[in-house]
Each structure stands twice: as structure tokens, then as C-alpha cells.
Design a protein around this ligand. Structure first.
Ligand SMILES: Nc1ncnc2c1ncn2[C@@H]1O[C@H](COP(=O)(O)OP(=O)(O)OP(=O)(O)O)[C@@H](O)[C@H]1O
Length: 260
């Protein structure tokens, strides 16, 4: 446990994000008719890892963007964050994309520190927090390297550290590990669970990998159809030792059948 990163456990009653009759409108004439998200509702629990799965093109990224305040919603509904309609991105909700978007001209340490000037706390508190985060994701030794000198996993760890060091209330991840090989992907999944154990941040992760969703998530939601609906909403208690357990494999098959 890294004390510097610990936050108070949030009250479990209150949802972190409430999608309430959301219709996403795409810009351009008639485009709203093609929107996969029409009158859609869903609650994302506070302090949990929720994984979103679904066939390609069903609207997962569009939903994630809406959760981040990036989508244009019709004013008949939307996304509620802390009881308020989310109209634009907020520093409390941070999004990480597959391609991680690091600043190539900054070292790992300076990439991770990028958002700290905008946070509360003294210079010394921020310094301690930065170093604790670098240690937590195993990047201390690489802190003075540039993104081009890093492996894919190190780049993604830098992106995760940069997102978490500002202590967001919600972290949205869009297929963050899809470019990584199987072994590295598993290490990143374990790291994500370890980070969650310490910070209890609300994570929402889109993935195409069913096993990953079951192993990382506390809750797995399968989306599909047009307009998009929830096809399956299941809690999962799987730990690494349950990876090949009959219940894990049975849930995996049920989900795969829905996504095909
Ligand atoms: N800005 C936009 N304007 C018009 N159509 C869009 C826009 N953004 C997304 N779409 C369409 O909305 C649908 C859902 O896209 P989205 O990227 O959310 O799906 P997805 O489930 O994340 O797909 P994938 O798994 O392949 O990443 C697609 O048909 C896409 O073409």
C-alpha cells in the first residue's frame, strides 16, 4: 500500500456517473439518426471497475466520450456527474486512449507531472505524490527517459500514471492495452487492479478482450444492438487464480455468444 496515493473510500450508495436518457447527437445534417445511443440509461457505481464490451461499432467509444463530457447530448437527457449534468470535460474525469498521447518532447517524469500545476497542494506534496506514482507504476528508473525510448507497456504505464497523479474521481480507458502482447497485457491488468486497491478510483474501461473484462472488472456490461442496449450486466469476483475456473470460462462463453 502506498500511503501517499490513498484516498478516502467513497460512499458506495451514490453512483459515480448516471447516464439518464442519453441521446448522443453527431454533428452534421441527419447524423443524429445514425447515432447508436438513443434514450440510453445506465449507472456506473462509485469506486468500482466497470468494463464495457460489445461488438465493433455498437457505440462503446461514443458512450465513453459522453461519460467524459466530450459528446454532444440532446437536451432531453444526458450524463449526471455528482448530481449535475455534465456539459463539458472536467479535470475530475480523465480519459486514456489506446494510443496514450504522451508528449514526445517531455521525459516520463515531466509527462506524469504535466497536470500537477493545476491541482491543489503544496509544491512539496505534489513532488512526493509524483515520485510515489512513478514508484507505483514501476517507472522510477525510466523517469528521465523520453517516450521514444520506452516499450509499449512503459508508455501505457506513463499514461496511466499521468492520469492518476492528479487524483481524478473517474478514469475512463478506451482499449488501453490492445496494442500490447499477451504477457504484457496481463501485467498491465494486474497493475490496474493493484492501483485500484490503493486509490479506489472509479474506472470505466472499454475492451474487446472478454477475459480481460472478467479479470479486471468488478462488473462487466455487454452492450449491443441499434440503438444500443445493455445485453448483459454481471458482477465478477474473478481473481488471477480463477482465470481458468469453470465459472469464469462459462461467463466468458456467454459473453462471446452475445458479441458474435
Ligand atoms: N462523430 C461521428 N459522426 C458520425 N458517426 C459517428 C461519429 N462517431 C462515431 N460514429 C458512428 O457511431 C457508431 C459507433 O461508433 P463507436 O466508435 O462508438 O463504436 P465502438 O463500439 O467503440 O466501435 P469499436 O469497437 O470498433 O471501437 C459507428 O457506426 C460510427 O461510425
Amino acid at each position: 500500500m502506498v500511503a501517499d496515493l490513498t484516498v478516502l473510500a467513497p460512499s458506495p450508495e451514490e453512483p459515480a456517473l448516471k447516464v439518464d436518457r442519453l441521446t448522443v447527437a453527431f454533428p452534421g445534417a441527419g447524423a443524429a439518426a445514425r447515432s447508436p445511443i438513443v434514450d440510453f440509461s445506465l449507472e456506473i457505481a462509485l469506486g468500482e471497475i466497470t468494463c464495457l464490451l460489445g461488438p465493433s461499432g455498437c457505440g462503446k467509444t461514443t458512450l465513453l466520450r459522453a461519460l467524459g463530457g466530450f459528446a454532444r447530448a440532446k437536451d432531453t437527457g444526458g450524463v449526471l456527474f455528482q448530481g449535475q449534468w455534465l456539459k463539458e470535460p472536467t479535470p475530475d474525469i480523465v480519459m486514456i486512449f489506446q494510443e496514450n498521447n504522451l508528449y514526445p518532447w517531455l521525459t516520463v517524469r515531466r509527462n506524469v507531472a504535466f497536470g500537477l500545476p493545476y491541482c491543489e497542494g503544496t509544491r512539496e506534496e505534489k513532488r512526493v505524490r509524483l515520485e510515489a506514482m512513478l514508484r507505483h507504476v514501476g517507472l522510477e528508473a525510466a523517469a528521465d527517459q523520453y517516450p521514444r525510448e520506452l516499450s509499449g507497456g512503459m508508455r501505457q504505464r506513463t499514461a496511466i500514471a499521468r492520469a492518476l497523479v492528479v487524483n481524478p474521481k473517474v478514469l475512463l480507458l478506451d482499449e488501453p492495452f490492445s496494442a500490447l502482447d499477451v504477457a504484457l497485457r496481463r501485467r498491465m491488468q494486474d497493475l490496474m487492479r493493484a492501483i485500484w486497491e490503493t486509490t479506489r478510483t472509479t474506472f470505466v474501461m472499454v475492451t474487446h478482450n472478454v477475459e480481460e473484462a472478467i479479470m479486471v472488472g468488478h462488473r462487466v456490461i455487454v452492450l449491443g444492438g441499434r440503438p444500443m442496449t445493455v445485453l448483459l450486466d454481471e458482477r465478477t469476483e474473478a481473481t488471477p487464480k480463477d482465470r481458468y475456473a469453470p465459472e469464469t470460462l462459462a461467463l466468458q462463453r456467454r459473453i462471446e455468444d452475445l458479441i458474435e
